[in-house]
Design a protein around this ligand. Structure first.
Ligand code: FAD
Length: 363
């Protein structure tokens, strides 16, 4: 019997598998397809990402560095309100490569990582969990002391165990042009209702155009308007769901969710790479597969760390729905140099941000 079976090998699955294997646990990680594919993510992350990677990762995965964002109330060509830092705020990275790199680290730590294995059944028993998967050699049945559901926004593990759903699912789309753009600003358009569209320069890897919005919004129509506004041809269109608002419970008797399965995302951007890996570390630190009561410690640990950030993130997102004149007024008043960490909205009251605000008032 395995100590842990991990379902899904995205960033949190790979990170948890690696950390648990390093602790000496017997870990099997099952990924339904090829690791990293299909792509449905911008790979725009804070520089903290490099704390989770191994040797040589930056050279292989880095595409561009970003100092700030130009906000627009309207589409391309409309007035821009820049927010920026005096140091690098974020990096644009190769997301497919990131997943492969993290999975390789998990393998090196001793986890048995298998691709092309789709988990179809999860049954909790008093002292174990039974997992059924279909793989290249047919049906696979394994048992574990615990199962980690790292299987993304439409989590099978969550559904099989009757765990509650995230508050909401946004629909995200993106596509790429062949422009060679090393600019250090992203553009954010507050045009789709309650969320936004974006343009991300990716250095030699082209420029990414994307958009996310809740169900009911005509995402394709808004996306076409964005592309038309920029007068650019794009290809490699892809899309994915973004869960927002974690459910009250992400653990059961012998199972726990990490990452998008648990809606461990930023409500004001939909980003989840850093929160999911941070939560994977909490899980690896707190959960002992022989002591199911430790699952409560994981629930507490990740919420103690991220719940305040997510609450504040929800408030920031509300600003996307304000009337346009109010948005213009607010953006005009607040734009300029900031000291906010993109994963930590509570840093709005940090000394770095307050210093940046003060120097702006003086200047
Ligand atoms: C359009 C878009 C843009 C985004 N941009 C950013 C960004 O710039 N920055 C950022 O931080 N976040 C971004 N995100 C969010 C980010 O992609 C997720 O938060 C992150 O991928 C969460 O990782 P995850 O492993 O939980 O989920 P996923 O990345 O979805 O991985 C889940 C894995 O589980 C596998 N799986 C699913 N079901 C099964 C099964 N039954 N059996 C076995 N394996 C299974 C899947 O194949 C997949 O590999 C974006 C999301 C979208 C949709």
């Amino acid at each position: 019997m395995y100590d842990f079976v991990v379902v899904g090998v995205g960033p949190p699955g790979a990170r948890f598998a690696r950390r648990a294997a390093e602790e000496g646990y017997d870990v099997l990680a099952l990924e339904q397809g090829t690791i990293g594919e299909p792509l449905a993510c911008s790979g725009h992350v804070s520089t903290d990402v490099w704390e989770f990677t191994g040797e040589g990762a930056r050279e292989d995965l880095f595409q561009n560095e970003i100092y700030g964002a130009r906000f627009h109330v309207g589409g391309p060509g409309s007035d821009a309100y820049p927010f920026y830092k005096d140091t690098v705020a974020s990096n644009v990275i190769d997301r497919v490569g990131l997943d492969r790199h993290l999975a390789e680290l998990a393998r090196e730590a001793g986890a048995d990582v298998r691709e092309n294995h789709t988990v179809t059944g999860v049954t909790e028993r008093r002292d174990r969990v039974a997992i059924v998967a279909s793989g290249p050699d047919g049906r696979l049945e394994v048992e574990a002391k615990m199962v980690a559901g790292c299987d993304g926004p439409r989590s099978r593990v969550r559904d099989e165990l009757g765990l509650p759903q995230p508050g909401e699912f946004l629909h995200g789309v993106l596509a790429f042009s062949e422009e060679d753009d090393h600019q250090d600003f992203v553009d954010v358009h507050l045009t789709p209702p309650t969320f936004f569209a974006w343009r991300i320069p990716r250095g030699e890897a082209g420029v990414e155009y994307g958009l996310a919005a809740p169900p009911g919004v005509q995402v394709t129509k808004h996306f076409e308007e964005l592309i038309d506004g920029y007068e650019i041809d794009v290809s490699h269109r892809c899309s994915g769901a973004i869960p927002v608002g974690p459910p009250d419970r992400v653990t059961s008797r012998r199972a726990f969710l990490i990452g998008d399965a648990a809606a461990q995302t930023k409500p004001f951007t939909g980003g989840g790479i850093l929160y999911s890996m941070t939560s994977a570390d909490h899980a690896a630190r707190e959960i002992d597969p022989d002591r199911p009561t430790t699952l409560a410690a994981y629930e507490r640990a990740w919420r103690d760390d991220l719940a305040r950030e997510q609450r504040l993130g929800h408030w920031i997102r509300r600003a996307y729905s304000l009337p346009e004149p109010v948005q213009r007024l607010g953006l005009g008043a607040l734009s300029g140099e900031i000291g906010v960490h993109m994963d930590r909205p509570t840093s709005l009251v940090s000394p770095t941000h307050l210093k940046a605000m003060l120097s702006r008032l003086r200047g």
